[in-house]
Design a protein around this ligand. Sequence first.
Ligand SMILES: [Fe+2]
Ligand SMILES: [Fe+2]
Length: 267
Amino acid sequence: MEQYLNRGIKDIIQECPETGRILDEFNIGCTACSVGTCLLKDIVEVHNLPYEEEHALMLRISRVIYPGAEVEVPRVQRKAQPSSGGIKYSPPMKALVDEHTVIKRLLALIPRVIEELDVTREQHRKLVLEVVDFIRSYADRFHHAKEEDILFREFGEDLEIIKSMHEEHRIGRGHVKAVIEAVESGDTAAVKDHLTAYGQLLTGHIRKEDEILYPWMDRNLSTAQVGALFSKFAETDEQSRETACRQKEFIRSLEKKFTCEEVTNHV
Ligand SMILES: [Fe+2]
Ligand SMILES: [Fe+2]
């Protein structure tokens, strides 16, 4: 069983699909993950499984991999002890979670933006490009850059979980590029498809960061590292203050626009 700890989870699921269903039962969504390059041993630590749950999970998986055999269930070596209770973020991580809240407000509006979209009309094109501007300047250059240039580097780019976050950022950028190309060619259906795909990708990505990645990072950061992150984030915030304010204002105006339209339509 020990050798399976160092194997990629997607490989194990492919070889033995039942392991994917077991992970789902433990609320570990590897089957739905768009990247899934984590190793089995990472899953236990990253998801903060209490020791009893880790044992139960490993026992179930070992019985599927070695049916009928008596297998010794290994315990994963962890850098940090599992913590219990609700999620308590350190100040720099809390700042990133707050930025996710702003991004999620845009994601919630995507179905409204594409509802009656027709990019052959100038006003509709303008709206999509404003959405793209928010994604590029706030979600990507401001928020994702903080993750990629500061936070992820603290843990090393070779970690599978960090690679999978980078990969999802890359896929997101691909959707945004495709949206711009579709606006230029007047292809409304493609704009709708790529904005929807972006919304779904980011919704899952943010959930993983809020519920799994950031809490795991917090468990592994020293007080000195938390302090250093906090001051580096403050520096970035200072440089991007105007952009952040402008984009938050854009979200407010978009929410207002759709709320007003809803009220008007019901009068
Ligand atoms: Fe991210
Ligand atoms: Fe994020």
